[in-house]
Design a binder for this molecule. Structure first.
Ligand SMILES: Cc1ncc(COP(=O)(O)O)c(C=O)c1O
Length: 396
């Protein structure tokens, strides 16, 4: 049977087979992969998951096993009010919505807002998973320029004026893939621009809590609540296997997001929402987060130190204050796919940066490195191998 003949037209926008093929190689057991984007299993709170489960059963009983509201498990919505207040986001329980990972908010935003050909503004580079979420709705993308401090507000302003996007997708804190964080001044500037132009923004913030140094800045949402859909996630502070995320959004947008979700999964797992409720309301989050930071900070320091030692002088890279990634850029003629192939020969893998751009011609000389998954020892070996691979390809 020719199954391909049954596929919907939109599926042609959904393949990103090049990256799948490339990362297949990285899965070989003899290769140290810096290509992943996952938390470290040692950062999961395995020591108290049984206790959380028992408490969830004591507090909610069969409610935690029943279907729940599409908007979210009521106790979790209540608990998220205090959790969000720590980010200066002031909302009531009926203004917080729970989702199946923050990823599903990206899909739902595409579904309710984007008709084929509509424009979406994205940072250059941006989160690959956001492009994958939006692609089936057949948008065209416009890129917002970035520099070492994150997105450039003047570029956002120009993109809005010239292209009138349906929304801009931004990740201002420890961005995936660069690790960069937007300064307080730029956040205020962005808020001013989107208020003035009445532009909708998705502020995706799954990494904000993973801060190893530097000063916290409030989300853009706090300066422009009528323009921003703010999304958070339990994936990086608790466990991604739970699939629990949440968002705060302007009223009309959230009404439609709930309608869209109803048809997709009715509700996010009640049981994992009950666990997340206990995790934040029972103080486990506040006790556990410093442990995650103490696991990741030294790994990041080790990677930065080894890069300084082994990478050629022609390379520059980010020094993020948090998150899970470092972004490196080689000289303009560096072809990271060639360096990737050489890396595989030397048993090290990473993600070539071009996959994080909506414009396939961008980012040829860039790479994303993850520092959370591997041990410090493996990070040292991997960066040494990568440095050698770069020199083998570029000379010097
Ligand atoms: C920037 C960004 N947004 C969203 C997600 C999706 O996270 P979740 O597990 O909450 O669906 C990820 C996952 O890595 C991410 O990096």
């Amino acid at each position: 049977m020719q199954h391909d003949t049954f596929l919907a037209g939109r599926t042609h926008t959904m393949g990103s087979s090049a990256i799948r093929e490339i990362l297949k190689l990285a899965a070989r057991p003899d290769i140290i992969s810096l290509g992943g984007g996952m938390p470290s299993p040692d950062a999961f709170p395995t020591e108290f998951i049984d206790e959380l489960y028992r408490q969830a059963m004591d507090h909610y009983g069969t409610e935690a096993l029943q279907y729940t509201r599409t908007e979210g498990f009521p106790a979790l919505r209540k608990a998220l009010v205090d959790h969000l207040a720590t980010q200066n986001i002031e909302v009531g329980a009926d203004e917080v919505f729970v989702t199946t990972g923050s990823q599903s908010v990206l899909d739902a935003m595409g579904k309710i807002l984007v008709s084929p050909g509509d424009r979406i503004a994205v940072e250059a580079p941006t989160y690959l998973g956001a492009l994958q979420a939006f692609n089936p709705y057949e948008p065209s993308y416009v890129q917002i320029d970035t520099d070492e401090y994150g997105l450039i507000p003047e570029s956002l302003e120009r993109v809005i004026a010239e292209h009138n996007p349906k929304f801009a997708y931004l990740s201002p804190t420890f961005q995936n893939p660069t690790g960069r964080t937007l300064s307080l001044d730029r956040r205020k500037q962005v808020a001013e621009i989107i208020r003035r132009s009445d532009t909708l923004v998705i502020e995706d913030d799954p990494y904000g809590a993973l801060r190893y140094r530097g000063e916290w800045a409030p989300p853009i949402q706090t300066f422009a609540p009528e323009q921003v859909v703010y999304t958070g996630s339990f994936s990086k502070v608790f466990a991604p296997g739970l699939r629990v995320g949440y968002y705060v959004a302007p009223e009309r947008v959230r009404q439609w997001l709930v309608i869209a979700k109803q048809g997709v999964d009715l509700n996010t797992s009640s049981l994992t929402q009950a666990l997340c409720t206990e995790f934040i309301a029972g103080g486990y989050h506040d006790r556990h987060l410093p442990k995650i930071i103490e696991i990741y900070r030294p790994k990041q320091e080790a990677m930065l130190k080894e890069m300084k030692r082994h990478f050629p002088e022609s390379f520059t890279w980010t020094q993020p204050d948090g998150g899970m990634f470092i972004w490196a850029e080689g000289p303009a003629d560096a072809d990271m796919e060639k360096i990737y192939e050489e890396g595989i020969r030397n048993k090290v893998a990473f993600v070539p940066g071009k996959f994080f751009y909506s414009d396939p011609a961008s980012g040829r000389a860039t790479m994303r490195l993850n520092f959370t998954v591997n041990s410090r020892e493996n990070i040292r070996t991997a960066i040494e191998r990568l440095g050698a691979s770069i020199r083998n390809v570029l000379g010097g």
